[in-house]
Design a protein around this ligand. Structure first.
Ligand SMILES: *Cc1c(COP(=O)(O)O)cnc(C)c1O
Length: 410
């Protein structure tokens, strides 16, 4: 039995069945590369859903983690620590917001955003108690808590998990007209991703974010931008909203904030919104802990010093151009921004899963998103040579077809 099979067997026996990972067991990572327990090397083209933008085990981030681990890791927010302030200072300056509230997972930061905009709606805008409405986009992915799945349009995310949280209105993604129509006097916020990752790398029409900005401002509605996946360089700008220079009222970050080394997320806004929180209103035992904050400081520094947003833009443009040249009959569309690229597989050619399996056999790790899309999102530290190595292998796989067997059809 290979070591891989041993680990797969153990995980199958003891873990809940809530994921369907590729049968690859990883034990080491460096930059954009990872190695499995049987010594095989792969180019990681998922980067933990863009949490590892800085690359695996970046030496500067490892150093910060090691030093802080030996000094102080957790104080809770009952006391101050000497890492949280400097971290939030750096994050606020990078993102251009006055205040940040640190949490751990992305979903917690989204929950924080929901609480903030509801309270703003009730206490500042003057919406009657418990009437605040939040508008969201169809196809959204904002996390997995019971409130967040309440406004998912993905049936599986909800099936069996009700009753759901009320107060959300769903409109088509990228549709400015629908947004304006959906707004009522009780609308406190529009919460959306600027580009949908989990939905299958869905890029909205040009100019949509600018219209969102105009419409929400006109109606005194907050625009909350979930950049947990698109932020921190992934799309070729530090934040995807910068593509349209349409600054949101609040920003949610997670994933790459701490370079994939530790779960750190944050909700950012100016004082007009953040001011709704008073002592005791909200919190988290681990949020703002000095270990995560020290790692976050190093991770943000790497993003800036290594100009990873610019790299994502330059390499992403070139890489997407090369993918488009492949002219595969199995591909419907190739789309994306920066190094967040989706290759949509034609239904007649099978689902994306066997393409991902064939890529893994050739040393490229991708994960299908939904049924038909293969996502390419390597670490932003990936080199052109790394991607040049991958291109012929990707071409070989995209030329394949995994047509589903059609019973009874001859
Ligand atoms: C991953 C993700 C989340 C949820 O983050 P978790 O850390 O998994 O809770 C929320 N929004 C977007 C856009 C994401 O990609």
């Amino acid at each position: 039995m290979s070591r891989t099979d041993q680990f797969l067997g153990e995980a199958a026996k003891y873990s809940a069945n809530n994921y369907k990972p590729l049968p690859v067991v990883l034990e080491r990572g460096q930059g954009p590369w990872v190695w499995d327990v049987d010594g095989r090397k792969y180019l990681d083209c998922l980067s933990a859903y863009s949490a590892v933008n800085q690359g695996h085990c970046h030496p500067a981030i490892v150093k910060a983690a090691q030093e802080q681990a030996a000094r102080l890791t957790l104080t809770s927010r009952a006391f101050h620590n000497d890492q949280m302030g400097p971290f939030l200072h750096q994050l606020c300056e990078l993102a251009g917001f006055a205040k940040a509230l640190p949490m751990n997972s992305g979903a917690e930061a989204v929950e924080t955003a929901i609480k903030a905009v509801r309270k703003w709606g009730h206490k500042v805008k003057g919406i009657p108690a418990n009437q605040a409405e939040i508008i969201v986009s169809a196809g959204n992915f904002h996390g997995r808590t019971t409130t967040i799945i309440s406004f998912s349009t993905e049936e599986q995310y909800k099936d069996g998990f009700g009753p759901f949280t009320p107060g959300f209105k769903i409109i088509p993604f990228g549709d400015a007209g629908a947004l304006e129509q959906a707004i009522t006097p009780n609308t406190c916020a529009f919460l959306t991703e600027p580009l949908q990752g989990e939905a299958g790398v869905i890029v909205p029409p040009d100019g949509w974010l600018r219209k969102v900005r105009e419409i929400t401002r006109k109606h005194n509605v907050l625009w909350v931008d979930d950049e947990i996946q698109t932020g921190l360089g992934r799309t070729g700008r530090m934040f995807a909203w910068q593509w349209e220079n349409a600054r949101p009222d609040a920003l949610i970050v997670g994933k790459a904030v701490a370079g994939g080394m530790y779960p750190v997320s944050a909700f950012l806004a100016d004082q007009n919104v953040m001011g709704v929180f008073n002592p005791g209103d909200h919190g988290s035992t681990f949020g703002g802990n000095p270990f995560g904050a020290a790692i976050g400081r190093a991770a943000l520094t790497v993003l800036v010093e290594e100009k990873l947003a610019d790299r994502a833009r330059e390499l992403g443009d070139w890489f997407m151009g090369e993918l488009k040249k492949m002219q595969s009959p199995s591909v419907v569309e190739i789309r994306g921004k920066g190094l967040l690229i989706g290759v949509e597989i034609r239904v007649e050619a099978g689902t994306a899963r066997p393409f991902c399996e064939a890529l893994a056999q050739r040393g490229i790790l991708c994960k299908e998103t939904h049924d038909q899309v293969v996502r390419f999102a390597p670490a932003l530290t990936v080199s052109k040579a790394d991607l040049e190595w991958a291109l012929p292998k990707i071409a070989e796989v995209l030329a394949m077809s995994f047509k589903p067997a059609m019973a009874g059809v001859h």
